[in-house]
Design a binder for this molecule. Structure first.
Ligand code: PEP
Ligand code: MG
Length: 574
């Protein structure tokens, strides 16, 4: 039966391929058939893994460290209880028998069933225990598989597979950079969550906030993903399939045409130069940035070096990563953002999840609370500055005190390098991200002491409109055209420049061609976005009459009527 599911498109284009379902657990498992004669042996293998997991947990209970938090023992006992429950320790054996499948597959199928029940629970405490079930299942899977494979293995070649997940963390998505899936779609997630941002950087069509896709779609079903319109068509008929093959070709043609703009200078019709920079997550992304003629790296999200690992990368390892990017981009500038961990980007070693992560110990707040970790990063960035043109960008500043502390720690890092006789760029520019309304509204605090500003519209919108960017239930409220957002963005661009400080926008607004002209009209001359968007934004700039859009942008700032704002935007983009 054919049906459609609607979500929020986060990366445009059309993909056609077979569904590959991702389980809740971090570990991907294979699915294979078991011969009738091997069923008993497979069930024994399962029992053995349950036994191993039980012994591991029992050993942990026996050796609880003295300084462990008091709830640690309760937590281990809860895991033992979950493990002992027949839904996990017995039912998978029935599945092995009835479905003649391998133990790993039987366990994950049963776990999915159980986790779906948790999702439906009213009681928030019980709902939260879902994470414990996932951890127990992972423990048993590890026992079954020996070393976990971090890489999902679809039945079809990756290029023909569409990954269907309930949720993906930014750390998961970064793993997909090594793969060639045709697309991925998720039940959860907001438009500017880091998961969605990474989806864009992969340049494959993707959709978030589909709510029940993971439940409705079966392994191996044929899917069409229309990332531009946020629609998934499951089991399309032949006519629909033919129509979408055609649209897919047209999309490819458009992309090919855009490539001709690679060597064109970015300027508006009157010749005003606009700088188009790239956002990157890992040093490997430089290739895509260069391939799309970025004028520099406007945002290197350095925290991605810290994901998918237990240990914090050492100063030397970080230095090598920053130096590589600086050298590959030289003489063009590279803006390294200091760690923005916390919120939806937790590194494995993080202790407790805060009750409200977006408002918790995140970004510069976390760095100031962990001065040793910050010191190592600052030294690494400074050392790399000797090999190219590096700028330092500090995320999520909101108070003068944070700025003072940051600059003080930077001085300390400089001083320690001087003592070690290690060279670095003494004129290294230091900038701040304006992504908290408090910072936008107290701009002189930041323009006085910083060399440049970069507006992080993803967070600025999140904090202005009070919508969690990772929460799909409020994703529809994300609105870059909200009058308050427009006022703040225009204010920062204009006041920052008046104070003689260059201002860039590096949030997703910068890469949205629908909004390019508003930003130009507000006076923005430097954009930073995912490399995949550079050429379409350049195309928009090349066709822009700056005087006209400035007048229209001024009119937008005088209006708080959503319909009029939309009408003005349409006129601007006509
Ligand atoms: C932003 O908030 O707009 C931004 C660019 O930073 P990040 O998306 O990494 O939070
Ligand atoms: Mg941000």
């Amino acid at each position: 039966m054919s049906f459609t599911i609607h979500g929020i498109g986060v990366s445009g284009g059309i993909a056609i391929g077979r569904a590959h379902l991702l389980t809740h657990t971090q570990l991907e498992v294979e699915h294979y058939d078991i011969a009738e004669a091997d069923i008993e042996q497979e069930k024994e293998r399962f029992d053995h893994a349950i036994g191993t997991a039980r012994s591991e947990l029992a050993a942990l209970v026996e050796h609880i460290p003295e300084n462990a938090p008091p709830e640690f023992e309760g937590f281990l006992n809860l895991h033992l209880m979950i493990l002992g429950d027949s839904t996990l320790s017995e039912v998978p054996k029935t599945l092995i028998e009835t479905q003649r499948c391998n133990a790993e597959w039987a366990l994950t199928q049963q776990a999915e069933e159980l986790l779906a029940q948790f999702d439906r629970m009213e009681d928030a405490y019980l709902r939260e225990r879902k994470a414990d079930v996932v951890q127990v299942v992972e423990r048993v899977l590890k026992a079954l598989m020996g070393q976990p494979r971090a890489i999902p293995a679809p039945r079809h070649p990756e290029e023909d597979s569409i990954l269907v997940a309930h949720d993906l963390s930014p750390a998961d998505v970064i793993l997909f950079k090594q793969h060639r899936y045709a697309s991925f779609i998720t039940d959860l997630g907001g438009v500017t969550s880091h998961t969605a941002i990474l989806a864009r950087s992969l340049g494959i069509p993707s959709i978030v906030a589909l709510h029940h896709a993971r439940q409705l779609i079966h392994e191996n079903e044929l899917l069409i993903v229309d990332g531009t319109h946020g629609v998934v068509i499951v089991n399309p008929d032949a006519n629909v399939l033919a129509e979408f093959h055609l649209r897919q070709e047209q999309w490819q043609l458009e992309l090919e045409k855009l490539k001709r703009l690679r060597s064109t200078r970015a300027a508006t019709l009157d010749g005003t130069r606009i700088e188009l920079h790239a956002n990157i997550e890992l040093p490997e992304d430089v290739e895509q940035a260069r391939g799309n003629s970025a004028a520099g790296i406007g945002l290197f999200r350095s925290e991605f070096l810290f994901l998918n690992r237990r240990e914090i990368p050492s100063e030397d390892e970080q230095f090598e990563a920053y130096r590589k990017v600086a050298m590959e981009m030289a003489p063009l500038p590279v803006t390294v953002r200091t760690l923005d961990l916390g919120a939806d980007k937790n590194w494995n070693g993080a202790s407790e999840r805060s009750p409200n992560p977006a408002l918790g110990l995140r970004a510069i707040r976390l760095c100031l609370a962990e001065p040793r970790m910050f010191h190592a990063q600052l030294r690494a960035i400074l050392r790399a500055s000797h090999y190219g043109k590096i700028k330092i960008l500090v995320p999520m500043l909101s108070t003068a005190h944070e700025l003072n502390q940051t600059l003080h720690l930077l001085d300390e890092a400089r001083h320690s390098l001087d003592q070690d006789g290690i060279p670095y760029d003494r004129e290294i520019p230091v900038g701040g991200m304006i992504e908290v309304p408090a910072a936008a509204l107290s701009l002189p605090t930041f323009t006085r002491r910083l060399d440049f500003l970069s507006i992080g519209t993803n967070d600025l919108i999140q904090y202005t409109l009070a919508i969690d960017r990772t929460d799909d239930s409020v994703a529809h409220l994300y609105d870059p055209l909200h009058p308050a957002v427009l006022q703040l963005v225009a204010h920062v661009i204009r006041s920052g420049q008046k104070a003689g400080r260059p201002v860039a926008v590096c949030g997703e607004m910068a890469g949205d061609v629908r909004l390019t002209r508003i930003l130009l009209g507000f006076g923005l001359r430097q954009f930073s976005m995912h490399p995949a968007h550079l050429l379409s934004v350049k195309q928009q700039i090349l066709r822009t009459d700056l005087e006209e859009v400035t007048q229209l942008a001024n009119k937008m700032l005088k209006s708080d009527d959503p319909e009029r704002l939309l009408a003005l935007l349409e006129r601007m983009n006509a």
